[in-house]
Design a protein around this ligand. Sequence first.
Ligand code: ATP
Ligand code: MG
Ligand code: FE
Length: 346
Amino acid sequence: RIIMGIESSCDETGVGLVRLHDDNTVELLADEVASSVDQHARFGGVVPEVASRAHLEAMVPTVERAFATAGLKLSDVDAIAVTAGPGLAGALLVGVAAAKAYAAALDIPLYGVNHLAGHIAVDTLQHGPLPERCLALLVSGGHTQLLLVDDIAAEITELGSTVDDAAGEAYDKVARVLGLPYPGGPPIDKAAKNGDGAAIAFPRGMTGPRDAKFDFSFSGLKTAVARWVEDAERRGEEIPVDDVAASFQEAVADVLTMKAIRAAKEHGVDTLVISGGVAANSRLSELAAERCAEAGLHLRVPRPRLCTDNGAMIAALGAHVVAAGRPPASLDFSANPALPVQIVSI
Ligand code: ATP
Ligand code: MG
Ligand code: FE
């Protein structure tokens, strides 16, 4: 069966096509993304109205590109999955309206699926089916969560999450302080390669004995970086951007991997999946690989292209939802900007 996935929760218009095989493995056929990121760069963050308009313009051309890449026709599709949330209301609406139109015109089932679960599901395109039970560290622009995944199509439990900023948000804010472009993840990752991660001892938030075990906090770290840079400027010193980037990145990777491994051990799971835009970070996957090897855990991290927002992740999750025999959505369902991760499909 062929499943089309449509993603429009933030600033990427994504269309993915996958094939669900009889043995329930999912094969990637096309993954086309049109991003409006350049239009937001000068604002230092996504402007919702600009994103919605860009989705509207990009949607049909992106669908057409995906079919051209896969060598398929619209009539080959057996089901459609679309991001129902969480995300920007106006942006989600464009994808949901398009998906409803295609589903109605083709008379095929439509599934409204969870963007965050999609970030995890995408890994099955690269590494095959998930084990019975695994731990997922979801690190993206808007979310930072430790999740117990018993069934990617139906059962996800939250063990902890950030009490303030998401990891990706911290990257974007620190980049701004360092005069690096938006989004901040890629330029910080690059600068850090020339810096020393041990140069500056930035704080590790929520790692004290009295802190909630599986929650995170990145706002103190962000402030510590900003203060460090201000102090150096006040002294008239040149900012060692590479060292600051590397030391910040080290603090983020240290806390994320420490807590993820602790959670995996405590819950007796042997596989850790790291997903979401920040999973594209080179130091995070490097440190996770080191620590997972020490702890005897199996680590799965999708390739960077699959970590950031795309349509393939929604098609992949759609395929798992179809395979699990979940009921499709009715054509009058609405997007939910605050959809919790526990609701995998609506
Ligand atoms: P959410 O999935 O929570 O709704 P989102 O969809 O906006 O948010 P993603 O596309 O999953 O987020 O991730 C975007 C974030 O990933 C941005 O904050 C960006 O800076 C960060 N990011 C991308 N590449 C890297 C990298 N190499 N290192 C660190 N962070 C990165
Ligand atoms: Mg984006
Ligand atoms: Fe995302």
